[in-house]
Design a protein around this ligand. Structure first.
Ligand code: NAP
Length: 262
């Protein structure tokens, strides 16, 4: 299927590894020009080279820095001639017990996982509407739908973003101008982040990482972790011309882990 987005420009935040890289790769294969961001310059440049190798016809620009900082957000948007597609992403907050979290821990989670995507949406969405095309995808978490005890910072901050997006996405001034905003909710995907959380769980439980991984897999009907490539493919579809009538949705990708009809 031709997704009908060749030649468009996308900003993909937090894209040097994992799910962000998966999204950037799928968009590159569809002929979308990219501005990619992450904090570490070396991995970002390597990913940019990889994206160019996937599709030599596209332009790939890099902006290194923390996307939760205002100057980096400005640099990312300025590097893009016009933002047709925005993929909001950043690192997730650390796990823990809410009794140990300070006000600063909460502010950091809200800043990175709620206010940063909202600021980027604010900067780009009216231009999208004026041009008659826009796709915004926020990478959130299955924890928004089925909260995970130790990820309280994530449950809270991402739910705030989800509530805000639910209202904004339905504004007629956006929907009638072909601008959609959806959230993609990853369950367990095999990325650096997943490996780190498995290692931490194994340490706490005092068992091997492979045993923790097996326990986790038993909770996933697909009996495997997702891949960044399949996550990127769904993201690219949400960005396609075919997904114009789909907005304000929370799309769960979890191999059947969530036990619910809706
Ligand atoms: P990952 O493999 O660790 O990759 C994270 C990427 O984001 C890297 O490119 C990293 O590069 C970049 N990054 C992190 N913080 C950043 C910041 N403040 N500004 C700019 N770039 C930043 O993680 P992932 O698994 O792809 O996860 C992506 C998001 O999905 C996270 O929010 C995570 O919590 C969420 N999630 C993941 C899963 C899963 O199973 N993988 C499940 C639920 C939710 P630098 O470190 O160089 O900046």
């Amino acid at each position: 299927m031709d997704l009908g987005i060749s030649g468009r420009w996308a900003v993909v935040c937090a894209a040097s590894k994992g799910l962000g890289k998966g999204c950037a790769s799928a968009l590159a294969q569809e002929g979308v020009n990219l501005v990619v961001n992450a904090r570490g310059v070396e991995a970002l440049e390597e990913t940019a080279a990889y994206l160019r190798s996937l599709n030599p016809m596209i332009e790939v620009r890099c902006v290194a820095g923390d996307i939760s900082h205002e100057n980096i957000r400005q640099a990312v948007v300025s590097a893009c001639p016009h933002v047709d597609i925005l993929i909001n992403n950043a690192g997730g907050p650390p796990p823990g017990d809410f009794r140990d979290w300070t006000r600063d821990d909460w502010l950091s989670a809200v800043e990175t996982n709620m206010l940063t995507p909202i600021e980027l949406i604010k900067t780009t969405v009216d231009g999208m509407a004026a041009r008659g095309f826009g796709r915004i995808v926020n990478i959130t978490s299955s924890a928004v739908k089925a909260p995970i005890d130790i990820l309280g910072l994530s449950n809270g901050a991402r739910s705030g973003l989800t509530g805000f997006v639910a209202g904004l996405a339905r504004q007629a001034r956006l929907t009638e101008r072909n601008v959609t905003i959806n959230n993609l909710l990853p369950g367990s995907f095999d990325t650096d982040r997943l490996q780190k959380t498995l290692q931490r769980s194994a340490q706490v439980a005092g068992i091997e990482v492979s045993d923790i991984a097996q326990q986790r897999l038993q909770t996933i009907p697909a009996r495997r972790f997702g891949t960044a490539e399949e996550f990127g493919a769904v993201c690219a579809f949400l960005c396609s011309q075919h997904a114009s009538y789909m907005t304000g949705q929370n799309v769960l990708l979890d191999g059947g882990q969530y036990q619910g009809t809706f």
